[in-house]
Design a protein around this ligand. Structure first.
Ligand SMILES: [Zn+2]
Length: 399
């Protein structure tokens, strides 16, 4: 391994710049995955591979004293929008004014590079294996992480590189999109008597959703589950036709433990209670919103738009070890422990599979998904220095 690339901060930064220059919307991560694999090999990682859905996986072998720790970021980024609105072009990877700029600088190609290089610094001295697994489709529900864990990969813990601004994050609410579909009988607007207007049930459906929203539970760390109607789709769209299909769209931010079946059943029960026996010609159907997703490797699946939530206890040994190892950036004592405002692949690792999961990364949430996306170099360097300590602390906490 004598000629492996040096795991320095400067090389990590150059790697991050390269990654930003390769656009990678969800489903189109092949080029960036190839670039990541190339870096794993240059750094001397073992068991380097992409799996069936295109996740990029490599391993830094440990001394076999502790269970494995997985480091996880995602390969996809959200759309960059209008290039003229960016101060620095979205795919330039510019390093200026003390920041790395561009789409993915903080969400998540910068942290991806830092995690990958932090793993490399522990080569030959990690207590347990470090599985570096950067996954596809995180920005659209997490198909990559879901499939990776379903395939049997079972780390002892997962560290996610979604921005925490140097804190240790331990959970978030999940998100589901539910559709209440009212079916009726279309007809000419001039003759309502011959039709069954699907719009007629919308008020009752909205009332049902308000009642369900008021009955939502609260978590001491994550706050309250919220549920709200966010849209009504009407078919056919003609304004002189009585519609036979109306879909009320519900955005539901759920607490850990919610599943898509449970969400469907809960909305169904609430609607039934409010609507009772629907008028003649009208029926109501409740279902999870779904969309087909195709990976760059050619695997298509119809996915419900559901990302599970999760929360770790603040006094969990992995959380305490992580917070102590990271510490405060400008002061003494353990890092601040808090939830994320947004969803991550931790919903799959902890929420569904029960694997201890924490997040640690540089970056301020307010820049994510915006045309001002950037990563502070000072904060990135500090994070890079703390990451090996964090990995070692998590390994020890798993013993
Ligand atoms: Zn992200």
């Amino acid at each position: 391994m004598g000629n492996a690339r040096e795991p320095t901060f400067e090389n990590a930064l150059a790697f991050a710049q390269d990654l930003i220059r390769i656009p990678s919307p969800s489903g189109d991560e092949e080029a960036v995955a190839r670039r990541v694999i190339e870096e794993y090999e240059a750094l001397g990682f073992e068991d380097v591979r992409t799996d069936d859905v295109g996740n990029a996986i490599g391993v830094v072998k440990g001394r076999g004293e502790a269970p494995s720790v997985m480091l996880n970021c995602h390969l996809d980024v959200v759309a960059e929008g209008d290039h003229s609105e960016w101060e620095f072009p979205p795919f330039s990877g510019a390093v200026e004014q003390g920041f790395l700029h561009g789409r993915g600088a903080m969400d998540i190609k910068g942290p991806l590079a830092l995690q990958t290089y932090a793993a490399a610094t522990l080569m030959g001295r990690a207590r347990g294996d470090i599985i570096v697994a950067h996954t596809v489709f995180e920005e659209r529900g997490g198909l990559g992480m879901q499939r990776l864990l379903d395939s049997g990969v079972r780390p002892g813990a997962v560290v996610i590189g979604e921005s925490t601004h140097g804190d240790v994050c331990i959970g978030h609410r999940g998100r589901g999109e539910v559709e209440v579909v009212i079916h009726g009988l279309a007809g000419h607007a001039s003759a309502p008597g011959r039709a069954a207007n699907a719009l007629d049930l919308v008020p009752a459906v909205l009332t049902a959703l308000h009642k369900l929203a008021e009955a939502q539970a609260e978590d001491p760390m994550l706050g309250r589950s919220t549920l709200v109607a966010t849209g009504v789709d009407v078919l056919p769209e003609s304004r002189n036709v009585i519609p036979d299909k109306v879909t009320v769209v519900v955005d539901w931010r759920v607490l850990p433990g919610a599943t898509d079946e449970w969400m469907e059943q809960s909305v169904e029960a609430a609607v039934r209670a409010e609507v009772g026996d629907p008028p003649a010609g009208l029926t109501v159907e409740v279902r999870m919103a779904a969309q087909p997703q195709t990976t760059y490797t050619g695997i298509t699946s119809e996915r419900s738009l559901f990302t599970p939530g999760f929360v770790m206890a603040p006094d969990d040994p992995v959380v305490r070890a992580a917070a102590r190892a990271v510490g405060q950036r400008d002061g003494d004592g353990p890092a601040t422990v808090r939830p994320w405002a947004f969803a991550t692949d931790g919903g799959w690792s902890r929420g569904v599979h029960g694997i201890p999961t924490v997040g640690f990364a540089p970056g301020e949430e307010r820049y994510a998904h915006t045309n001002r996306e950037r990563l502070s170099l000072d904060e990135a360097r500090w994070t890079f220095e703390r990451y090996p300590l964090l990995i070692d602390a998590v390994h020890r906490a798993l013993l």
